[in-house]
Design a protein. Structure first.
Length: 172
């Protein structure tokens, strides 16, 4: 069984994945799907969007998720748009899925102060502002809900420990 962390950008998926893996200990391993994909292709997500478009990126994303799903004891942070494809949702449902949430204001603040925003989230820049975030959240929430076994709010600053403990308690 794998554990997948899904949710919008800025909800702390990769940080929580790492913390969870260190609390679980061996044989659990934290992975970040976006990082794995960038390493496998040898290009940043922004470059992939430029060269092969969003559809091309989504194909690569699906392929990466498929590969990771063949492993066991992986705690995987996923890209915010991974739930857009039914094929991905089917794969995610074979694992245990935690949906991390945060409100639009919190996401907006976090995305703006994240230095990797410009090259990691090409289609989701801060240009659209909070309105774009609200629109995407409204469209994606039902998809996150569809795959989630557990929903945990990660709105508060410094709440990582509490979030990790909530997840651990629900898992055991
Ligand atoms: C995306 C989110 C990004 C990355 C890509 C597309 C999205 O991942 O996969 O830029 O569509 O929401 P993060 O959620 O890690 O930022």
């Amino acid at each position: 069984m794998n554990i997948y962390l899904v949710g919008f950008r800025g909800t702390g998926k990769s940080t929580i994945a790492r913390e969870l893996a260190s609390r679980f200990g061996a044989p659990w391993l934290a992975l970040d799907l976006d990082e794995l994909l960038e390493e496998a292709v040898g290009k940043s997500i922004a470059t992939m969007f430029e060269e092969i478009g969003e559809a091309g990126f989504r194909d690569q994303e699906e392929e990466t998720l498929r590969r990771v799903s063949a492993f066991d004891h992986v705690i995987a942070g996923t890209g915010g748009g991974v739930v857009l494809r039914q094929a991905n949702r089917d794969i995610l449902k074979r694992g245990w899925v935690v949906w991390l949430t945060a409100d639009a204001e919190t996401i907006h603040r976090r995305v703006q102060r994240d230095p990797t925003t410009a090259d990691r989230r090409p289609n989701l820049t801060t240009n659209g502002g909070i309105g774009e975030i609200r629109e995407l959240l409204a469209a994606r929430d039902p998809l996150y809900r569809d795959v989630a076994n557990l929903v945990v709010a990660n709105d508060q600053e410094g709440s990582i420990d509490a979030v990790v403990t909530t997840i651990l308690t629900a898992w055991t």
